[in-house]
Design a protein. Structure first.
Lengths: 379, 355
């Protein structure tokens, strides 16, 4: 081997240098064979260096053991075992996905592992930074990130394994829960069908009774007879529809499993104050809400007002979105706003704006300076 | 403190256009005396000078005339089929404008048209200018627009007028919900209160001295005292008796003010039978003591535009010292003042021969 391997200890490789990172479609870059003549040609890559070559080349070069990558300037030693077909046409994407998969496997903590949401977000940010360095950082950044990743993979092997197991368990329980939900829904549907059948049968018996009564020639008109029998049987029908949900509860899935599953995640967390602010829903009035509540009246859901009936029922008003509650709010506010404002008292010693101050001065001195214009109240 | 009051105190109606009675009185007197001194200056400076100065209007005369013109304005607004709120807005604009300006300074007839047209704008009702001018024979669109900016200035650019009409609807809805009174009584009170609100507060100073809700309750108490008591009982439940009595006092004084111009006078106002005799001499007096510079607002407007154009050219060469202080706004104002001063001194030659 004439080319010397560069030993930089890096296992995450750079992309093949070249104008494009796309998988070749027709010509093998190594042996220059053309697909036209070899219709079953397949291109393989090795995640060591992501240089594509056809399957023929792979078996020719690497059958007899590890060899150097046939690409010029590439110093990687490859094995046949490492070759696979690329999932993505763009090898840059292929590589990024590989790297992300590896990083995600190493950094597999979940939100529950952290005390605050902020810590978790910081962790995610750090992981993403590391990933970015690996994918498209400069040479030294990549090397540093690589070191960190290796360190993590080696030193925290136990923890990673534990997290993985836990993740698998969570996934399993989620599947179980989904299955239980689906089962419950199925039961519910069945129960509904059964209820419907029962109700229909009940109605049929009532109808039959009515017909029978008519045939017997009971006193009263047909409508009266029908009304009477229906009234007698109403209680029974009501009992059926009322039993609808209780019977469902009886026949549903054993509630024990779903209960224990659904409370998962209710872990009590220590929440800092800032965190608490962020977790609250957004308040457009910034806490002013209670101060805007009316104090002299209570706003009710609806007020009887014949004038508003048209707005309530006619499409001309409803379709463009006329809001009656908006009007009512405003009308009620107007009715009581400023009721306690005593203008005569409050404005007793209020100095007016500059315009009238000058005017007042002029009036006091009884001499009109030329700076005053009657039509300019701001002057 | 009730939140509703705090919110009302934010409005421009409270901040800029609410006065205590004595303050309002002194404001009117000041406006009147200022106008008289200005106009007498101008009359003396005109050529030929008006030597025996005419008899000027007193504040009391102005108040009488103001109501006369507001009735006029309401009739015109009704003729245009404008909604009640816009009619009221126009009337209040007129009233507010003539608080800081005298009837002698700006011709009220022109301002009537401008107020109605501008109230449509302020309330968001589109009225085409040409259509509006055509409604009143002898009025051109130019005349309607001439005083518009002056009006805005006089209103201190506060175009929001809070009316008691929607408040009345709210009160009636609340009463209906309570269900203590039968429908016919409510309907009667509703109708009567509406009639009061359409006329009385516009012809008195109620909008300056009371809040819309107080005006509404005052009118309601004119119609049916029992309804008022019922509403106040709920509104002040759990509060001290004195607070309620205070409010009641204010409402009573408001009612007393509204009763000075009861809605029954509407008919006599509308056919002009009651007011014609008293107004004739006053109008005659007004015609004599008008501000000579501001009789023709259209010409004034034109002259101002031309001046502004000339100013734009000359601006760079003159007045560098005022540029230091930056505000171009202030500069324009200064120059406008300067121009007006020259006009007063130079006998209005900028406006051409005196009219």
């Amino acid at each position: 081997m004439s080319r010397k391997p560069v030993t930089n200890g890096s296992t995450v490789v750079r992309l093949p240098t070249g104008p494009t990172t796309a998988l070749p479609s027709d010509i093998c870059p190594v042996c220059k064979r053309v697909r036209y003549l070899n219709t079953d040609m397949e291109f393989l890559i090795n995640p060591e260096c992501y240089h594509p070559m056809c399957s023929n080349c792979v078996s020719n070069i690497f059958k007899s053991g590890p060899a150097q990558c046939p690409y010029a300037t590439c110093t990687k030693t490859l094995r046949q075992r490492g070759f696979r077909s690329a999932f993505f046409g763009d090898l840059a994407v292929e590589r990024e996905v590989d790297i992300r998969r590896r990083v995600a496997a190493a950094y597999n903590m979940v939100e529950d592992d952290f005390e605050t949401l902020r810590d978790y977000n910081n962790y995610l940010q750090d992981v993403e930074d590391l990933t970015f360095d690996l994918i498209s950082g400069a040479e030294d950044e990549r090397r540093a990130a690589e070191q960190k990743l290796l360190h993590r993979e080696q030193e925290f092997r136990d923890e990673i394994e534990r997290n993985k197991r836990r993740g698998r368990e969570a996934e399993l329980s989620r599947q179980k829960r989904d299955a239980a939900d689906a089962e419950a829904a199925r039961q519910r549907r069945l129960e509904e069908q059964r209820e419907e059948a029962r109700a229909r049968a009940e109605e049929a018996t009532i109808n039959a009774e009515v017909m029978e009564a008519l045939a017997r020639g009971e006193p009263g008109s047909a409508a009266e007879i029908q009304a009477r029998i229906v009234a007698q049987n109403r209680a029974r029908v009501a009992a059926i529809s009322g039993a609808h949900f209780t019977s469902l509860l009886d026949t549903g899935v054993p509630s024990g499993t779903s209960n224990t599953l659904s409370i998962r995640g209710l872990k009590t967390k220590k929440i800092s104050e800032e965190e608490e602010d962020l977790s609250k829903p957004y308040d457009p009035f910034a806490g002013l809400g209670p101060a805007l509540e009316p104090s002299r009246y209570k706003l009710h859901e609806s007020y009887p007002n014949p004038w508003l009936d048209a707005a309530r029922t006619h499409d001309d008003h409803r379709v463009p979105g006329y809001s009656i509650s908006e009007y009512v709010t405003r009308a009620m506010f107007d009715a009581f706003a400023g009721l306690g404002v005593n203008i005569a008292d409050e404005k007793k010693d209020v100095a007016r704006g500059p315009g009238t101050l000058v005017a007042a001065e002029a009036a006091a001195t009884n001499r009109v300076s030329e700076r005053i214009n009657v039509d300019d109240v701001f002057g | 403190m009730a939140t509703e009051d705090a919110r009302y105190r934010q409005s421009s109606q409270y901040r800029l256009w609410s006065f205590s009675p004595s303050h309002l009185q002194s404001l009117r007197e000041k406006t009147n005396s200022l106008a008289i001194s200005h106009i007498s200056n101008r009359l003396r400076a005109s050529s030929p000078p008006v030597d025996p100065l005419p008899d000027f209007l007193t504040p009391a005369d102005e108040a009488l005339l103001l109501n006369f013109y507001i009735v006029d304005l309401l009739r015109a607004a009704q003729f245009c089929d404008l909604p009640t709120e816009i009619q009221a807005t126009a009337a209040i604009f007129f009233r507010r404008f003539y608080l800081t300006n005298s009837l002698m300074t700006y011709p009220p007839r022109a301002l009537t048209m401008t107020c109605i047209f501008f109230a449509c704008k302020a309330e968001g009702l589109y009225y085409r200018l040409q259509k509006f001018a055509d409604k009143f024979p002898g009025t051109t669109g130019e005349e309607v627009l001439a005083a518009e900016f002056v009006l805005c200035q006089g209103l201190r650019f506060a175009f929001d007028v809070r009316h008691p009409y929607r408040a009345l609807e709210g009160a009636i809805m609340e009463l209906r919900r309570l269900g203590d009174f039968d429908e016919s009584r409510l309907a009667r009170a509703h109708q009567r209160t509406r009639d009061v609100l359409k006329l009385s507060p516009l012809l008195t100073d109620a909008y300056f001295h009371y809040t819309p809700s107080q005006i509404m309750f005052g009118a309601l108490s004119m119609a049916d005292e029992g309804l008022l008591q019922r509403l106040l009982r709920d509104a002040f439940a759990g509060k001290s008796e004195s607070a309620k009595n205070q409010v009641l006092d204010v409402i009573q004084s408001c009612r007393a003010m509204l009763e000075k111009e009861p809605p029954e006078r509407r008919t006599s106002y509308w056919d002009g039978s009651g007011s014609k005799e008293t107004m004739k001499p006053l109008n005659k007096k007004l015609r004599k003591c008008r501000d000579p510079d501001r009789v023709d607002l259209v010409a004034l407007q034109k002259a101002r535009r031309e001046q502004a154009l000339q100013k734009a050219k000359a601006k760079t060469t003159t007045r560098e010292e005022s540029d230091i202080f930056g505000a171009s706004n202030g500069k324009i104002e200064d120059e406008e003042r300067e121009a007006k001063r020259r006009r007063v001194v130079g006998g209005g030659d900028l406006l051409g021969p005196p009219l």
